[in-house]
Write a protein that binds this ligand. Structure first.
Ligand code: AKB
Length: 314
């Protein structure tokens, strides 16, 4: 059974991933970690600041960790507000994790992002191997991270794996500081206010994914047969591509009185315009059987049901 350490475990992905990993690998084999512990935590938790290598070493040794799922990172919008912090946390943190993995013999899963692409990348059906000249610090750290993971695999034999996540939509924990966050907030506002002011223009298409598919991608790639992997660290994965107008219409199927207006945030709009509209994920499908389950309407139905319950809205 694998022993897995998750960094950034209290964030949007980590808070749900830890629960899934415990179901797959067992309660005692999953160690959640973060810079701060917000209140009591149900299960193993360690304080780890990924910019401090000795803290990572200590926890990896203490728990005899086999795999690190490295989620601690600043996202695109906060990264543009503080590029220095984005560089230090995203690159410094990843370098430290890879060094520990090299010395302690761990595998490493690191998510990349659609942010690893830029305005001169082909926008539709974006290939996995293509032009990558991102225009955000977050994107720069994601491309550099993909290359650094390739390097640690080729040079030192560290088993590095990763996918490029699109915008992730979930009801458990809010995302913090991304460009795609509107696609989560819209569901909260649809239930609470029956209206939403969108910070992106109505035809801004981006790739998106519902959290259960994203979690399956992590576990399935980690469990994939090494001999079948031609690529390793930057798999395009896709399940749906939509714009604000599409998600509005999808919500109106379940809440007909829902309305949306627009107050465009230029920083977010510029970032969104620089990203692809839709990704070609054929390598992930062929090499490790990637297959998403949710489309826009099935996600909307589930999101609204789960949020109604969570927010206690009849
Ligand atoms: C963001 O918007 O920054 C993230 C991402 C696409 O990586 N959700």
């Amino acid at each position: 059974m694998k022993k897995v350490l998750v960094t950034g475990a209290l964030g949007q992905i980590g808070s749900e991933l830890v629960v899934k990993l415990k179901n797959v690998y067992g309660e005692d084999n999953v160690i959640a970690s973060g810079r701060r512990k917000k209140g009591p935590y149900d299960g193993l938790f360690e304080l780890v600041d990924v910019t401090q290598p000795e803290q990572i070493f200590e926890v990896v040794k203490k728990h005899k960790v086999d795999w690190v799922i490295h989620l601690a990172a600043l996202l695109s919008a906060v990264g543009e507000n503080n590029p220095t912090a984005a560089w230090n946390i995203n690159m410094g943190g990843l370098f430290n994790i890879l060094e520990v993995a090299k010395q302690e013999g761990c595998g490493v899963f690191v998510p990349s992002s659609i942010a690893a692409f830029g305005p001169n990348t082909p926008k539709i059906n974006t290939p996995q191997d293509t032009i990558q000249r991102p225009t955000t610090m977050y994107g720069v750290t994601k491309v550099a991270g993909e290359i650094l993971c390739d390097y640690y695999y080729k040079r030192f034999g560290v088993d590095t794996r990763g996918v490029r996540f699109p915008g992730l939509i979930s009801y458990e924990t809010l995302p913090g500081g991304g460009t795609t966050d509107y696609a989560v907030h819209i569901y909260y506002e649809a239930l609470k206010q029956k209206k939403f002011t969108c910070p992106l223009d109505k035809e801004t298409h981006m790739d998106m994914m519902y959290m259960p598919d994203a979690l399956n991608a992590i576990v399935n790639l980690m469990e994939a047969d090494d001999s079948k992997l031609i690529h390793r660290n930057a798999f395009n994965i896709a399940s749906m591509s939509f714009c604000p107008e599409d998600i509005c219409k999808s919500i109106q199927k379940f809440i007909p009185e829902f309305t949306m207006d627009y107050d465009i945030n230029p920083t977010l709009q510029n970032i969104a315009n620089s990203w692809p509209d839709s990704l070609d994920d054929s390598n992930a499908r062929n090499e490790w059987g990637w297959k998403p389950e949710y489309d826009l309407d099935s996600m909307t139905k589930d999101m609204l049901e789960k949020l109604r319950e969570k927010l206690d809205i009849k």
